[in-house]
Write a protein that binds this ligand. Structure first.
Ligand SMILES: [Zn+2]
Length: 458
């Protein structure tokens, strides 16, 4: 099967230009200006006039089909990948977290049972190990040898059992960085948070959340973890950076090692005034919304944030509104975002559509594919890669953003977009037209990594 996408404006890895894209048997075989492609026969021709042609997008950081504290998330693998694919996201990255009394292999088997056959787009797992006995470390080494790349660590959340001390992180950097591990670290210093005098805060007000988890907690943790990564030459990706100062630490040190970071649409377009609203508890997330949003947006506009990802973590409205009004720390923390990601990212450069298209292709495709270790399959309009392709019309009808398709509070109320996903192809197969799934009952997404059932993990 050969498909030709013609007359579009293509976002190549380093520039945007008029170009046709030829697809054969699920892979990109040629990207070229129409005059150079020559006469081509194709079984299917897609006219992309007036549209951008982008590599399939990736949301590098999402939480679906999992329990966070006592709350079960609103999105399943099915609904999370559905809203993703409808919005041009062909690879959804999500987490498998080792639970109490469980091996990572058992957690992966449980996640696979929930995910298999339900993904409308491809799914890639980041692994969150939480115990580090010799058998756990051997299992991680086996997974790295089998092609898993990304390990998530937390410098906070002791009560949830996922905290890793700086000593532990140092140990893992030393041992696993030489094996190709890419470390994703949630940076909020637990000691800084513990030193905040919560008794002096009004815990009935959501606005106090930003004081319970101050900016300094993020910057202290980022500096510590960056220093360790540089010492052990570890590939470090700091997740959901919420402060301009934290971002600057990473920018300053980037040339010295393998450092990258992501920020999220909520830290670019929402500030702490949302927490002060009557319904401000609905915007509780960690790290909190900040007052330095404009500075962070400026850094993102300059291209400094390697990856833009959502940290999508949608809760049901009844859970978000379940608060007894006494202590905001008992509340679910997290915002939905998958369906809003490309639209809000576009707004960073919306005065310059070519720049915005290049921004999506760089920060939502190329860079996340590299960080995930799948750049040989995903992330660019390059011959040989999977034909995950997006034909994006920047001038569709204006409509409100929908971060998720399941019942949950919208994180970006009042925000609108004119981006219309005319066509989305998954490995060459047309799956979406005009923002709607063509075969909603036949998900075709793959789990991109090998089944742990085939791996000896101990
Ligand atoms: Zn997260």
């Amino acid at each position: 099967m050969r498909t030709l996408i013609r007359n579009g404006r293509a976002a190549l890895p380093d520039r945007v230009q008029d170009a046709d894209v030829l697809v054969e048997d699920g892979h990109i075989v040629a990207v070229d200006g129409p005059e150079r492609m020559g006469p081509v026969t194709a079984d299917r021709i897609i006219d992309a006039a007036g549209c951008y042609v982008l590599p399939g997008l990736m949301d590098f950081h999402t939480h679906v089909d999992d329990r966070i504290g006592r709350f079960y998330l609103a999105d399943s693998y099915e609904s999370g990948t559905r809203v993703a694919l409808q919005n041009g996201i062909t690879t959804l990255c999500t987490f498998v977290t080792q639970g109490p009394g469980q091996s990572l292999a058992e957690a992966m088997a449980a996640a696979r049972a929930k995910a298999e056959g339900r993904g409308h787009c491809d799914v890639l797992w980041h692994l969150t190990p939480t115990t580090f006995e010799p058998a756990d470390l051997r299992a991680l080494e086996t997974l790295l040898a089998a092609g898993y790349r990304t390990l998530k660590l937390y410098t906070t959340y002791k009560a949830a059992g996922i905290f890793a001390s700086y000593g532990r992180i140092e140990d893992l950097f030393r041992r696993l960085a030489p094996l190709g591990a890419q470390f994703m670290v949630h940076c909020e210093d637990d000691a800084v948070i513990a030193a905040v005098n919560a008794d002096a805060l009004d815990l009935t007000r959501a606005a106090s959340h930003a004081r319970l988890r101050p900016q300094q907690a993020e910057t202290v943790a980022i500096q510590r973890v960056v220093d360790l990564a540089l010492t052990y030459r570890a590939a470090l990706h700091v997740v959901h950076v919420s402060t301009a100062e934290g971002a600057r630490i990473l920018v300053r040190n980037r040339a010295k090692g393998k450092l990258s970071f992501e920020t999220c649409p909520q830290y670019l377009f929402l500030d702490d005034s949302w927490l002060a609203r009557e319904d401000g508890h609905r915007w509780l997330c960690s790290p909190p919304l900040r007052s330095c949003q404009a500075e962070l947006l400026e850094l993102a506009r300059a291209g400094e944030a390697d990856v833009i990802a959502t940290d999508h973590c949608a809760f049901r409205p009844e859970d978000k509104d379940s608060w007894d009004g006494k202590d905001l720390r008992s509340y679910p923390n997290g915002l939905p975002g998958i369906g809003a990601l490309p639209h809000v990212t576009w707004k960073i450069w919306e005065d310059d559509p070519d720049r915005a298209a290049l921004g999506l292709s760089t920060h939502l495709a190329l860079n996340p594919a590299r960080r995930a270790g799948v750049q040989d399959r995903k992330g660019a309009l390059s011959p040989g890669l999977d034909a995950d392709l997006v034909v994006l019309d920047p001038s569709g009808p204006e409509r409100p953003l929908r971060s998720t398709l399941v019942p949950a509070f919208e994180a970006f109320p009042g925000f609108t977009s004119r981006l219309l996903f005319r066509h989305v192809l998954l490995r060459g197969d047309p799956r979406v037209e005009n923002g709607q799934l063509l075969e909603p009952d036949q998900p075709q997404g793959l789990l991109l990594q090998p089944s742990p059932a085939t791996l000896p993990l101990h």
